[in-house]
Ligand binder design. Sequence first.
Ligand code: NAD
Length: 359
Amino acid sequence: MSNLLVTGGAGFIGANFVHYWMKKYPQDKVVVLDALTYAGNRANLASVNDKQNFYFCHGDICDTGLVETLLREHHVDTIVHFAAESHVDRSISGPDSFIETNIIGTYSLLKASKKVWLDDGVNKENHRFHHVSTDEVYGTLGPNDPAFSESTQYAPNSPYSASKASSDHLVRAFHHTYGLKVTTSNCSNNYGPYHFPEKLIPLVITNILQDRPLPVYGDGKQIRDWLYVEDHAQGIDLVIKQGNIGDCYNIGGINEWANIDIVNLICSYINDVFSNNIELHKLFPGAKRAKAGRSEELICFVEDRAGHDRRYAIDPKKSNSELGYQPHESFESGIRKTIEWYLNSSDWWESILEGTYRI
Ligand code: NAD
């Protein structure tokens, strides 16, 4: 039995991870610490809210005292650290919160873990700090460059990726200096349920359903390596259970796609779904192009993001061979599942769009 502290558990990947973990390990206790920024949503955890072994704390990872209290009160042995500011565009227009949460916040968690686990000896031998990071720390690739491996030199290009790189280094340093038992995973782009509708895939789906333009940066040929979010949760699970202390693991599914190809794929799937299901016409009366089977007409190219990385690709050999990691979902099946989820969860995303801002 384990007691987990999941930071950022009300966000996209954190919430999916909580659902994955509580289903797979129903005897474990899960404590979520989340500041409920614009990206955090209690509704993402509604189905576990009433469980005896689930506890939600509304708070900031920068509050070291609060983290120490949670570690002690719940006898936490495992931290899974998702909490972050995560949107590159926001890091360009306002980097402050990225420095605060991603760097200072991670430092605060490490400090609290060291105090409780190492200095005070609670779970001294049996603890784990798992840090969730991104492939963006490695920078950008040319079309023929080999994919990022764990030994690729860090070269972050945006305030977001620089703040994540910095947090990765702090985690490493707390292991080497103090002996904190850490692991880090660097994952490629995720997609799936509960994805905030400012990111490419949910933005495209929800905009088609509202007959709104589908903005595509630059020429749309930027390449990302996509992984279904539950496959990321599975990878983290394997790293926590089987990974070597102090090691980093790249998690990915060898699934490179140009942005414009993804947008076209989603348009064609949604056109298909609307042509076969007349009920959807009533549920989404505004989705005019989708009903006409012409969602692609909504695509519009907009000025490229400043310093936009051209290509990311993960080399997952280490997690494949050492942990036996293999994603379950193909991109086609994962995208279909994701579209279905957004079609069935319009209350979720409509309330987000109404409650915060319209994209
Ligand atoms: P998200 O933006 O959807 O969620 C972040 C969560 O952290 C939110 O619930 C938010 O309320 C919470 N949070 C923010 N600041 C906080 C603070 N100071 N204290 C406590 N909670 C705070 O992000 P996501 O897409 O779910 O990403 C989760 C993690 O995975 C991040 O560390 C990110 O860098 C990493 N990651 C994301 C992707 C991806 O494709 N989204 C890929 C690889 C790695």
